[in-house]
Design a protein around this ligand. Structure first.
Ligand code: FES
Length: 349
């Protein structure tokens, strides 16, 4: 049985198959709605239902939807499965047709350790496959058992000789442990992508704040390298939060951008600097450092990327400091749903 879904205000319609989520059906048919994690954890796909009924897998509300929000008519489109025809309100993201996700094998070119628990993986696509993407989007690994693991692309689209991913070793995480311990160059991995509505809004002239936690640096790196390549004019200030100095696993790169890019600033922030770090920079939480530097966030476009707790805290604090909701873009790399249930094992991106 299929249901028809209508989006307001665009009036676009599409069909959703049996058991399919509204978001999956929309993406399959080339309709780009805002989304992030696709696991129900980030809230990026939250929309107001104007008509119709939905259900959620296992009958439980997803993490990013409170009972109050559900009662007020909001739904998470990445998890919501229609029970009737639907009408809902959502802005649509304008993406070109050639940005439709592709499924493809890739070959591992290199695995490079950047810190004790972060490695850089470079992948090569087959010669015949072109994967167009926007700076900041992510891909998913398709595992043999049907599970998926999402990672942001850390390279900019103009520099796509190889795809670059920053992978953090997650304690107890089967996939990341396998990457760190077993994966070798020349191995073939299957991916699908690009996904996500977290990308640089290059048509904006507003100053930009970029705020990363840990490997949340990866999609921002893609955006900054792209900004540099296209001569993006607005000033960019990057804040990168980590525990200790070694966790700023590519610290030399933003320091280099400060020299090579006009109007680029970099503020690293450590929450638990070690004595041996001899750290004289900012300390504490990265969100606090942003607010200390910019108490009024109204003028900025803000890009926020990192673990869900940091992104959630950042969104709340930044909105209270005047950030405009439609100019605050976030990418929370979420716990993978299946492993979260098992052992709080993370998929990170
Ligand atoms: S909650 Fe739906 S995309 Fe994250």
């Amino acid at each position: 049985m299929t249901f028809e879904v209508r989006i307001r205000p665009s009036g676009h319609r599409f069909l959703v198959g049996e058991g399919e989520s509204v978001l999956d059906a929309a993406l399959r048919q080339g309709i780009h709605l805002p989304y992030g994690c696709r696991f129900g954890g980030c809230g990026e796909c939250k929309s107001r239902l104007l008509a119709g009924r939905v259900r959620y897998p296992e009958g439980e509300l997803p993490e990013a939807l409170t009972p109050e929000e559900a009662a007020a008519g909001f739904a998470l489109l990445c998890q919501a499965v229609p029970e009737t025809d639907l009408e809902f309100e959502s802005r649509e993201v304008r993406l070109a047709d050639d940005l439709r996700p592709v499924r493809t094998p890739t070959k591992v070119v290199s695995i490079e350790r950047l810190s004790p628990d972060v490695c850089r993986l470079r992948l090569k696509l087959p010669e015949t496959i072109r994967m167009a993407f926007l700076p900041g989007q992510y891909i998913e690994f398709l595992l043999d058992d049907g599970r998926r693991r999402a990672f942001s692309l850390a390279n900019a689209p103009h520099d796509d000789e190889t795809l670059e991913l920053h992978i953090r070793l997650v304690e107890g995480g089967a996939f990341t442990t396998w990457v760190f311990e077993k994966l070798e160059p020349k191995a073939v991995l299957h991916i699908e992508g690009p996904f996500g509505s977290f990308y640089l809004r290059e048509d904006s002239e507003r100053p930009v704040l970029m705020v990363a936690g840990g490997t949340g640096f990866a999609p921002l790196k893609a955006m900054i390298e792209y900004a540099q390549a296209i001569g993006f004019a607005p000033p960019i200030h990057l804040f990168w939060g980590a525990r200790a100095k070694e966790d700023l696993y590519l610290d030399a790169l933003p320091r280099h951008w400060e020299q090579s890019m006009q109007r680029f600033r970099y503020t690293p922030v450590l929450s638990e600097p070690r004595e041996s770090d001899h750290w004289h920079g900012e300390t504490g939480l990265v969100v606090g450092a942003v607010l200390k530097a910019y108490p009024d966030l109204a003028p900025f476009d803000i890009y926020l990327s990192g673990p869900p707790a940091m992104v959630e805290a950042g969104r709340t604090a930044f909105l209270s400091a005047g950030a405009r909701e439609d100019r605050l873009f976030s990418d929370a790399f979420d716990f993978a749903a299946d492993t979260r249930r098992a052992l709080a094992e993370q998929g990170n991106r």
